[in-house]
Design a protein around this ligand. Structure first.
Ligand SMILES: Cc1cc2nc3c(=O)[nH]c(=O)nc-3n(C[C@H](O)[C@H](O)[C@H](O)COP(=O)(O)O)c2cc1C
Length: 177
């Protein structure tokens, strides 16, 4: 089959969206809240499972916001974002930032990163980025961030999203070789 044939809408339609989500849900992800701040002090954020490390030299990370994300539309204009890696005890924070709540930061304790972006309390790590590139891919965008500052914090298990539910780490006996 030629690449052109694979790329047609007809071919793509063969995979049912529900089936796609169901199968892809077998790949577990961590959960982060990507935040940004406007010039008038407005704060935005959205929960994201698609965050990933991309490159070591230069240091690049990325995530994939839905094109329909109202938050990302405004965050993109600021040119910067901060990734907040959630711990297993931050499920309520995840749910708030996955909602369409008018002020997602209401009642959420947070400070600011060195670059002045919203930094949530008690996260496992944070990564501050400039937007290096944005690529349209289907109904999502791939946003590539150039890392400007980052820090690992204390904390135990990450919040894990897997097959439609939330989990925490259950370690197995194994080390990175
Ligand atoms: C565990 C989890 C992971 C998510 N991952 C993504 C993601 O990678 N990209 C995305 O666009 N939305 C993701 N969402 C959904 C967004 O958080 C949600 O659609 C968004 O916050 C809606 O509000 P907005 O329109 O203000 O962006 C995720 C939600 C949850 C609960």
């Amino acid at each position: 089959m030629s690449m052109a044939a694979i790329m047609t809408g007809e071919q793509w339609a063969l995979i049912d969206p529900k089936h796609f989500r169901d199968v892809m849900g077998s790949y577990p992800t961590g959960v982060c809240v990507v935040t940004a701040q406007g010039e008038q002090g407005e704060r935005w954020g959205l929960a994201v499972g698609s965050f990933t490390s991309i490159s070591l030299d230069p240091t690049l990370v990325g995530f994939l916001p839905d094109k329909r994300s109202r938050s990302w539309e405004r965050m993109a204009e600021t040119g910067r974002f901060c990734v907040n890696v959630l711990g297993a005890d931050q499920l309520a924070t995840c749910q708030r930032f996955a909602s369409r709540h008018e002020d997602k930061f209401e009642g959420i304790s947070h400070g600011t990163s060195p670059g002045g972006l919203p930094l949530l309390d008690d996260v496992l790590a944070w990564i501050e980025c400039d937007i290096a590139r944005t690529v349209e891919l289907g109904d999502h965008l791939l946003v590539v961030g150039a890392v400007r500052a980052m820090q690992r914090m204390t904390g135990d298990s990450p919040l894990i999203f897997y097959r439609g539910g939330y989990h925490m780490l259950a370690g197995i006996d194994g080390t990175l070789t």
